[in-house]
Design a protein around this ligand. Structure first.
Ligand code: NAD
Ligand code: TYD
Length: 377
């Protein structure tokens, strides 16, 4: 079947992996990447597919309902995979209004454009899909009842060799939303609007909530690429608080594969949580990154441990995230492909081998932002 799909935020980190996967896997589809190219959008993330005949890039703001509506009509769009957002918690603490504008109003604007176009067609919503990509952060923070880690009751192929869980509770799809940061509050609100468009107008929507992603093309304000780059250049590693917060990490290509599967086979109006049962304390990941980068650069073991610099904790810093993805595994047969230790090897290799990609970003405006955040170090 031919499809015409808008992917919003396709020039960002996860979006670029989704665009690449869909363009390569479905030559018969039309894939339209709609991205405003904010600081986080980067067309260098898509050089390998930008000339494919089934791909089109359109620079546009999702808040601009009329532009999106015209594009949907022109391209006869029957599916939207919505990733465009402001995505960094620290920025949201500085600019909550900007986050509400993009993440909440931008999502409503996109929903409204889809509603106007699809309702104007004779078949209306039949064969259509609005797929909203959200985050596990909407559920809030889980307690850390086992600070030393216990053996995880559930594992996947992505689970680290240590198989730790730091508490007995996990985020399940039926959990009440309880966001704490302006970022997660804005994402939570956008999720509610997506469900409201299903319940009110009958739009065929779907929402997924994924854990922290890592891998190539991630903007170096996020923990893993920032720290790989800083270790390489022997810059301080700003660890928030004591480094004891727990995140659940998934390789970005496994998230993209889940998105492809759910877009095609997920049940309308359902929610699926995506994650690999792979919990890590920040400080343990940081030691692993130092060990891996030093080994690959031929430095002495432990040489860069001294870069660790404990800094003031993030305001409202969520203690623990841990996704229960058993519904997605059970109902759609999804299974991640890559164990965390292998994913980190690949990721470190990628950043070390793509220094030009990194340099292009870390010069100019971002450098200034980073200096404002942490001082000129
Ligand atoms: P990112 O910040 O790397 O990319 C966001 C993209 O959206 C950029 O290309 C940017 O230019 C674009 N964009 C921003 N505002 C826009 C606007 N008004 N109109 C059009 N385009 C706009 O983000 P990411 O990490 O790739 O995250 C993508 C999505 O996945 C987000 O919705 C995020 O909430 C969600 N998510 C991310 C993670 C993660 O670990 N990164 C985990 C779960 C869910
Ligand atoms: P981040 O990559 O910003 O993702 P999120 O906040 O969405 O989980 O941060 C991951 C964890 O690393 C989080 O607990 C905050 C912490 N962190 C630091 O300790 N130092 C840093 O410089 C950054 C960017 C994050």
């Amino acid at each position: 079947m031919k499809r015409s799909i808008i992917i919003t935020g396709g020039a960002g980190f996860i979006g670029s992996h989704v665009v690449r996967l869909m363009v390569n896997k479905y030559p018969e589809y039309r894939i339209i990447n709609v991205d405003l190219l904010t600081y986080a959008g980067n067309l260098n993330n898509l050089r390998d597919i930008e000339n494919k005949p089934n791909y089109r890039f359109v620079r546009a703001n999702i808040c601009d309902t009329n532009t999106i509506l015209s594009l949907m009509k022109e391209e006869r769009v029957d599916g939207i995979i919505h990733l465009a957002a402001e995505s960094h918690v620290d920025r949201s603490i500085k600019d909550p209004v900007g986050f509400a504008t993009t993440n909440i109003l931008g999502t409503i604007s996109l929903l409204q454009a889809a509603k106007l176009y699809w309702e104007s067609l004779p078949e209306k919503y039949e064969g259509k899909r609005f797929y909203h990509i959200s985050t596990d952060e909407v559920y809030g923070a889980l307690e850390m009842t086992n600070p030393e880690g216990i053996e995880s009751p559930f594992t996947t192929k992505a689970s680290s060799a240590h198989h730790h869980a730091y508490g007995t509770k996990f985020f399940t799809e039926d959990l009440k939303y309880n966001p704490h940061s302006p970022y997660s509050a804005a994402k939570a609100s956008s999720d509610h609007f997506v469900r409201a468009f299903h319940d009110t107008y009958g739009m065929p929507t779907i929402v997924t909530n994924c854990s922290n992603n890592y891998g190539p093309y991630q903007f170096p304000e996020k923990l893993i690429p920032l720290f790989i780059n800083n270790i390489r250049h022997r810059k301080p590693l700003p660890v928030y608080g004591k480094g004891g917060n727990v995140r659940d990490w998934l390789y970005v290509e496994d998230h993209a594969r889940a998105i492809d599967l759910i877009f095609h086979q997920g049940k309308t109006a359902e929610t699926y949580n995506i994650g690999g049962f792979n919990e890590w304390k920040n400080i343990d990941i940081i030691h692993l990154l130092i060990e891996t980068v030093d080994r690959k650069l031929g430095r002495k073991k432990g040489e860069d441990e001294s870069l660790i610099t404990y800094v003031t904790d993030r305001a409202g810093h969520d203690l623990r995230y841990a996704i229960d993805s058993r519904k997605l595994q059970r109902e759609l047969g999804w299974e991640p492909s890559l164990q965390f230790e292998e994913g980190i090897e690949r990721t470190v290799d990628w950043y070390l081998n793509n220094q030009a990609w990194m340099d292009n970003i870390t010069s100019g405006e971002y450098e200034k932002y980073y200096e404002d955040m942490y001082g000129n170090r």
